[in-house]
Design a protein around this ligand. Structure first.
Ligand SMILES: O=P(O)(O)OC[C@H]1O[C@](O)(CO)[C@@H](O)[C@@H]1O
Length: 648
């Protein structure tokens, strides 16, 4: 921050000005467009854009070196927010929450969604300052660039257009001069046709039996999103009815135990396998695909692949090389990031097979509804934008490094894991889009569990330990209703009582005065005190239909995009996952040598002493076992074959 201080001083900003609190009018942030005083002053002295300022505060247009953009952290809007933290830290949610007008100003609704930000450590001034920062960050311009198909994923030179995956047939969006919506719909039509033929028993397996079970093989973005949506739809009554007699399994981990779990009890004759991989090179997915192909062909013969295996990928060449007929491949495009691919064939194919294509259309419509809201709503009413801005406030300004996603809804049990990838792989970055080190920490640690399970696990820490901003997600109408005669409330109402209570317990807390009034022994008072003032957002969905699931998905996708734009990081690449893959490949080569030549690892193999010792211990643990030659090895109950050998 040293550089920023110099820059601001040189441009006429002195402590006194920064310390002066902005006089935001009550309610102004909801519609105000007046510039923040600091911003206005900045404009007055002729520096309307920090992008052109050097550390000495002078205009830098003439020098290519100096023309480098200064991070947003050096802008007056950023400094104003920094300064504002002092004011907010002196306030307590216990007091703020009694103000009904404040509550009203911090609740937003959109097409059935109800979002309450009043339990965030914010005032109207905070919100106005965040909106000012959004302007400084050129958030609207960046969003427009995304929707327009510009190559905003600069390190891979790609557009970012998962929003095009859910556009109506008659919309247009251009990538490098070509309207991609017809391509999207061509694949959607193919999914509809194929899923209807499989579900209707027209597409049968190698022994003419209907394919009632689906195993979707994929990992990361090719797994977490589809699993979340499947889990969310499984107990929705209409979806449940449509899925009657069908099973959908996922195989992600390369751990052979996951293979056993995915195939357990399945009959190859009635199983359809979908290999889902954007690149079709991911080691885990390809080994799992070869493993399951062996499981199928050992029973049904080589020709069975044509009827029992299909693929979802952008790499149709490798699909063909694998042995899957490209006619049975469902494509998508490099402008769909893996973690943003649920609404492509990645999610739609397995889910349409399970629940029918119509339900997936509803899901797409829900996502599109939020995309339009994100694209069009003014920022002060824009729910994903506000969620993103508040995340920036909590993490970068107030120093809270994690976020707990807490659905009070068992059907959303896989939502936190999906959002964990969307958020952490997107904005867990160390440099800006221009490759400059960030002068602040970007990204947050996401975790979560459904309530009330989490309450009996990690909530202790979030009530009395570190401050973890929480996101409570509740559903008004449960997918399942149970009321036992004589009980005070129905089962779902019981669940939701906790949803309401936890947010207030975190915000309001319990002080020593109250505890003393309750005659709590003095020595227990520190243990039983709840500091409160712990922030959360509450999100209420009217129900958990496929449409609502689509809305929820797009809400979080667009919120993460907002964060990326604000921090000026590329939220659409993921270079941080590469190094581990490269090192694993080195270990693989060495492991093969050790297993085929029965030898231990030596110093000359190039591993450090720690890794060498651990690998040798691992190798020795299996008595220097050599790979058997000439036959595949499966646990017996996974394969209907007399030659089955259970050696491993
Ligand atoms: O779909 P693919 O190409 O198999 O990649 C799977 C996942 O691997 C990652 O690249 C991370 O390793 C994710 O971004 C992606 O979703």
């Amino acid at each position: 921050m040293q550089q920023s201080a110099i820059a601001l001083q040189a441009s006429g900003f002195h402590g006194a000005q920064l310390h002066g609190r902005p006089q935001a009018r009550r309610g102004a942030w909801r519609g105000a467009t007046a510039p923040h005083p600091v911003q206005a002053a900045f404009a007055q002295i002729g520096h309307t854009d920090t992008a052109h300022m050097t550390s000495s505060g002078s205009s830098s247009a003439n020098s290519p070196k100096e023309a480098k953009k200064l991070p947003i952290a050096y802008s007056p809007e950023w400094m104003a927010l920094r300064e504002h933290t002092k004011e907010v830290e002196s306030l307590h949610l216990r007091d703020l929450l009694v103000d009904e007008e404040r509550t009203d100003s911090l609740v937003r609704e959109h097409n059935g969604l109800y979002v309450d930000f009043s339990r965030q450590n914010v005032t109207e001034t905070t919100m106005q300052l965040l909106l000012n920062l959004a302007e400084r960050a050129k958030l609207r311009t960046k969003m427009n660039a995304m929707f327009a198909g510009e190559h905003i994923n600069n390190t891979e030179d790609r557009s970012v257009l998962h929003t095009a995956l859910r556009m109506p047939r008659d919309e247009e969006v251009y990538v490098d001069g070509q309207n991609v919506v017809p391509d999207v719909w061509e694949v959607l039509d193919k999914i509809k046709d194929f899923s209807e033929r499989v579900r209707g028993g027209e597409w049968v397996g190698a022994t003419s039996k209907p394919l009632t079970d689906v195993v979707a093989i994929g990992i990361g973005g090719s797994y977490l999103g589809p699993l979340f949506v499947h889990t969310a739809m499984q107990f929705d009554e209409p979806c449940k009815e449509l899925a009657r007699g069908r099973r959908l399994r996922f195989l992600a981990n390369v751990d052979p135990v996951d293979v056993a779990k995915a195939l357990n009890g399945l009959n190859p004759e009635t199983t359809l396998v979908i290999v889902i991989s954007k690149t079709f090179t991911t080691t885990e997915t390809m080994l799992n695909a070869r493993t399951v192909r062996t499981w199928l062909t050992a029973e049904l013969g080589q020709d069975a692949v044509a009827k029992h295996m299909v693929a979802v990928s952008t790499n149709l060449k490798l699909v063909k090389e694998f042995g899957i007929d490209p006619a049975n491949a469902f494509g998508f495009w490099d402008w769909v990031g893996g973690r943003y691919s649920v609404t492509s064939a990645v999610g739609l194919l397995p889910l349409a097979l399970q629940y029918g294509y119509e339900k997936m259309e509803e899901f797409l419509q829900g996502a599109h509804d939020i995309d339009c809201h994100f694209r069009d709503a003014p920022f002060q009413n824009n729910i994903p934008v506000l969620m993103g801005l508040i995340s920036i406030w909590n993490s970068t300004f107030l120093g809270r490094s994690s976020v707990a996603v807490l659905p009070y809804c068992q059907a959303l049990s896989k939502f936190p894991s999906h959002i964990q990838q969307v958020a952490m792989e997107s904005v867990g970055k160390q440099v800006s889009v221009d490759g400059e080190p960030l002068p602040f920490k970007a990204g947050e640690i996401y975790f979560g569990e459904p309530g009330t399970n989490g309450q009996h696990s990690f909530y202790q820490l979030i009530h009395q330990g570190r401050i973890v901003p929480c996101e409570f997600i509740g559903v008004v109408k449960s997918q399942q209703s149970v009321y036992l005669k004589g009980e005070l409330v129905s089962n779902h109402d019981e669940l939701m009582c906790n949803f309401f209570a936890q947010a207030d317990a975190l915000a309001i807390g319990k002080d020593s005065v109250t505890l003393r009034a309750e005659n709590v022994p003095e020595y227990l008072i520190p243990h039983k005190t709840f500091s409160g003032n712990r922030p959360s957002t509450s999100l209420l969905l009217p129900s958990l239909s496929p449409f609502r699931v689509g809305q929820l998905l797009a809400l979080y996708e667009n919120r993460v995009a907002t964060q990326g734009f604000m921090w000026n990081v590329n939220a659409f690449d993921q270079w941080g996952v590469e190094l581990g893959k490269v090192l694993a490949s080195r270990v693989r080569t060495m492991m093969h040598t050790a297993r085929t030549r029965s030898r231990r690892i030596t110093i000359t193999d190039g591993f450090n002493p720690s890794t060498r010792k651990m690998i040798n211990r691992y190798l020795d643990g299996k008595n220097q076992m050599l790979y058997p030659e000439g036959s595949d090895v499966f646990p017996c109950d996974l394969i209907h074959s007399d030659e089955c050998e259970a050696k491993f």
